[in-house]
Design a protein around this ligand. Structure first.
Ligand code: C2E
Ligand code: CA
Ligand code: CA
Ligand code: CA
Length: 279
């Protein structure tokens, strides 16, 4: 048992400690990490399945902590969500991605669009749409060059507000995609209830597409449904040429995964520009 403030006792049993401590340590280290410049973005190519050309990139956050070393996003993002710090962090990502895209204006990457991941907290922030439009304007970007990736969790958290925010984003010209489709609280009603441009089929289904009849049928059905609803489809976690071929034949519009490229620093993207990208 550990003494906390005002005579309260915080009890840490053995099972709790590892996880809780880990979270606390990360939480502590996260404070000040933006100011200390410990974050950076890497970018993963997303190709047009037919032409093989890179048309979009997904920005993925990386943290090299001075205290803890490199910490993967799956470990620090949940902590930042718990403390609400994800709002500040997400704003940094938005700014940095737009700055990066602005710097590509005179290069072969000028046509590439950027997708960024947005958490529920950010969407609930009344400032969100303003922040997005300011970041675009400041960097002289067209809203069509930005796509926001949301998870199903975001949609159910505060459906009425989210619907309003998505309508504002649509009016602005920013695209919205539904990330990790099929893993969450999947309700097909989301697909008509919210204005979405793109579905990203989760890696969990793509992974087995060559060997599992069930995964294959499921992905096939998701793609058919996406087509009939006028949605763009991105397959995530494409790791083999076989998967890429099956997905292209099924009519999936875009491919993302290690078969195409790992996430890379921005300067490494230039070699993809205009070329057919293959592993
Ligand atoms: P996500 O949005 O589903 O991003 C895709 C993740 O899959 C990335 O992991 C990427 O590196 C990984 N990946 C891509 N292709 C393959 C593949 O072929 N095989 C395998 N095994 N993995 C692949 P990463 O970068 O570790 O990010 C993990 C998660 O952290 C992301 O999942 C996203 O939910 C979250 N995240 C990352 N950056 C941000 C951010 O800026 N904001 C927020 N809110 N979340 C972020
Ligand atoms: Ca994503
Ligand atoms: Ca995803
Ligand atoms: Ca995921």
């Amino acid at each position: 048992a550990k003494k906390a403030g005002r005579g309260e006792l915080l009890i840490f049993n053995d099972a709790m400690t590892a996880v809780a401590k880990d979270g606390l340590v990360i939480d502590g280290a996260l404070r000040g990490a933006i100011a200390a410049n410990e974050f950076y973005l890497v970018y993963q190519a997303i190709t047009n399945a037919n032409t093989g050309k890179m048309t979009k990139v997904e920005a993925l956050l990386r943290w090299n902590s001075s205290l803890l070393g490199p910490v993967p996003p799956d470990r620090f993002i949940p902590v930042a969500e718990d403390s609400g710090m994800i709002i500040e962090l997400g704003t940094w990502v938005l700014e940095e991605a737009c700055r990066q895209m602005g710097s590509w204006k005179q290069s072969a990457l000028r046509e590439v669009t950027i997708s960024i991941n947005v958490s529920a907290w950010q969407l609930a922030d009344p400032q969100f749409v303003t922040l997005v439009s300011q970041a675009l304007m400041r960097n002289g970007l067209s809203p069509h060059q930005l796509e926001l990736e949301l998870t199903e969790r975001v949609l159910i958290e505060d459906a009425a507000n989210v619907q309003a925010v998505l309508a504002q984003l649509r009016a602005l010209g920013v695209s919205v995609s539904l990330d990790d489709f099929g893993t969450g609280y999947s309700s097909l009603s989301y697909l008509t209830q919210f204005h979405l441009n793109t579905l990203k089929i989760d890696r969990a289904f793509v992974m087995d597409i060559e060997h599992s009849e069930r995964s294959n049928s499921l992905v096939h059905a998701i793609i058919a449904m996406g087509h009939s609803l006028g949605l763009q489809l991105v397959a995530e976690g494409v790791e083999t040429a076989g998967q890429a071929e099956i997905l292209e034949k099924m009519g999936c519009h875009y491919l993302q995964g290690y078969h195409i490229s790992r996430p890379v620093p921005p300067d490494e993207l230039l070699r993809f520009a205009g070329n057919r990208v293959s592993a």
